[in-house]
Design a protein around this ligand. Structure first.
Ligand SMILES: *[C@@H]1O[C@H](CO)[C@@H](O)[C@H](O)[C@H]1NC(C)=O
Length: 195
């Protein structure tokens, strides 16, 4: 009896938590710590630290009272105009909309500009790649109206942004395999939202 209890407790500690719904993920492959704030019309989270070389962050899709969510990413611990910020933006409607935005940083002060970015969702869903050293990544927002940068997938899919990478070499080990193929036509409109 006691033995059983110990075994069950040990298993519970080892078996990973099964996630309930789709999530937004960050995978920090940079060799420096990254700081994250999850911001929406309803306020900002506390600062989260994503450790260098493999730190991660995940959140269930939030649906704020208005607009979408911006995961603000910096290599500095201050969230302010002086610090270059890259944003992972998502909006959950009848689709999950997602994009990378460099609107709040200027070319060379964008924190991941020297190292690259790769954003993906479920199998067959659109991806976004920013190559290392690209000053004005075409697959991210540089100006507020670069709406071609917005991607969409079905709402059951996760989104992952890999920092300091141009691909997703460790995706399967880190977050599991997305399964459902994005087989629909391009949706209309872009409930894109920032700040
Ligand atoms: C943050 O990133 C920018 C842009 O790459 C860089 O110029 C700056 O030195 C970095 N700051 C720190 C504290 O690493």
């Amino acid at each position: 009896m006691q033995f059983t209890t110990v075994v069950v407790a040990a298993l519970a500690a080892v078996v990973p938590f099964v996630q309930a719904g789709p999530q937004a993920h960050l995978n920090n492959m940079c060799d420096f710590d990254v700081y994250l704030w999850s911001v929406s019309a309803d306020g900002s989270s506390d600062m989260h630290t994503l450790k260098a070389n493999g730190g991660t962050y995940s959140e269930d899709y939030q649906v704020p009272s208005q607009g979408g969510v911006s995961l603000k990413l910096s290599n500095k611990t201050q969230l302010g105009a002086a610090a270059g910020i890259t944003q992972f933006e998502y909006t959950l409607t009848d689709w999950i909309w997602y994009d990378i935005s460099n609107v709040d940083c200027q070319t060379t002060d964008c924190p991941f500009q020297p190292y690259g970015l790769y954003m993906e969702s479920g199998k067959g869903c659109p991806t976004a790649t920013c190559h290392a050293g690209d000053l004005t990544c075409k697959e991210a927002y540089t100006l507020y109206n670069d709406d071609w940068a917005t991607k969409a997938c079905t709402t059951d899919q996760d989104i992952t942004l890999h920092l300091c990478s141009e691909s997703a070499p460790e995706k399967r080990e880190v977050f599991g395999v997305p399964s459902k193929r994005w087989a629909h036509g391009k949706p209309h409109g872009h409930p894109h939202w920032r700040h």
